[in-house]
Design a protein around this ligand. Structure first.
Ligand SMILES: NC(=O)c1ccc[n+]([C@@H]2O[C@H](COP(=O)([O-])OP(=O)(O)OC[C@H]3O[C@@H](n4cnc5c(N)ncnc54)[C@H](OP(=O)(O)O)[C@@H]3O)[C@@H](O)[C@H]2O)c1
Length: 277
């Protein structure tokens, strides 16, 4: 496992790397470049999903406290990911639970455009991110949702059987010049993008605490055999306070997995039942 120690000069280079070639030789000798170089150099399209979780795979307590799961280096990592992306997507559940700012504060860099998936129009308009003077906010909702005015750019999409189509969400963001997308959570939102095979990189950042109960960061339908599990090509980095699994979902799976199998999230009820059991 390689230890990432970010130097200011490296981070400045990474922030200015968009559209340049990724250098595999530098990645071999510099873990910080290996972890962020591909994200920084891509001009898009790209989808990165990131989960900050405890040792036992939880992202919050059952009562919704999700602050401070990641240690300081995990938090800095999350803010670096935000700074390298054009937009950050969260579900309405995360906005209601955490009232997040979704800004870049722990490192130098520009805050991404904030996108909230609010299929049924649950947002009231008084949530913090609409009034904190931060990056622009886009709300994506169903064309059947109440047309409540919000202080944001509202995208109305057709609601399919399983909700809003993640492909159509990405297309709408592309139309607005947003190509590099961070899907930050929660579990149900990440699952929808995984389901459609749209996630290129999945970052699972593990902090050394045990919560014991509460929601997990990735929710997929139950499988019977471990041979059905996904085994993405993964590189593991020590960030310091946290350990990061950088999973390349866009690449061929590791040999013991089943290459090319699509992750399927079609029955959330079965999923919830299986989790509770
Ligand atoms: N530690 C971390 O990294 C992290 C990051 C973010 C959030 N969290 C935690 O995660 C929890 C919230 O997660 P969550 O899974 O409950 O909520 P969520 O994913 O933030 O939001 C779920 C809501 O968004 C809707 N939604 C998402 N994608 C949709 C789509 N494509 N089409 C239609 N509707 C869509 C869901 O609809 P359905 O009900 O139809 O599914 C649901 O109403 C909070 O406790 C938060 O603190 C942790």
């Amino acid at each position: 496992m390689r230890r990432v120690q970010m130097k200011d000069t490296t981070w400045s280079q990474l922030l200015g790397m968009r559209g340049q070639n990724f250098d595999p030789r530098r990645a071999a000798s510099d873990p910080a470049y290996a972890l962020y170089g591909a994200l920084a150099s891509t001009d898009g399209p790209m989808v990165l999903a990131q989960v900050g979780q405890s040792l036992d795979g939880r992202v919050a307590t059952p009562f919704g406290d999700a602050r401070d799961i990641s240690g300081p280096d995990g938090l800095a990592h999350l803010h670096r990911c935000r700074a390298l992306m054009d937009a950050v997507i969260v579900g309405v559940g995360t906005v209601k639970a955490d009232n997040p700012r979704l800004s870049v504060r722990e490192v130098e860099g520009r805050s991404p455009v904030r996108v909230v998936i609010d299929c049924h129009g649950e947002l009231a308009g008084d949530e913090g991110l609409f009034h904190d003077g931060g990056a622009p906010v886009i709300v994506v909702r169903s064309d059947k949702a109440p047309r409540k005015p919000l202080p944001a750019d509202v995208i109305q999409l057709h609601r399919h059987d399983h909700g809003l189509c993640p492909h159509e969400i990405l297309e709408a963001l592309t139309d607005r010049g947003l190509h590099k997308i961070l899907v930050e959570g929660g579990a149900r939102t990440i699952a929808r993008f995984l389901d459609q095979g749209l996630v290129d990189h999945l970052h699972v950042c593990i902090a050394p605490l045990i919560i014991g109960s509460g929601p997990s960061g990735i929710s997929l339908p139950p499988i019977r055999m471990l041979s059905e599990a996904h085994r993405p090509l993964t590189e593991v980095f020590s960030l310091g306070s946290d350990i990061l699994f950088d999973c390349r979902l866009g690449e061929k799976e590791a040999p013991s997995g089943r290459p090319g199998k699509k992750i399927s999230v079609s029955d959330n009820t079965a999923l919830a039942t299986a989790e509770m059991g």
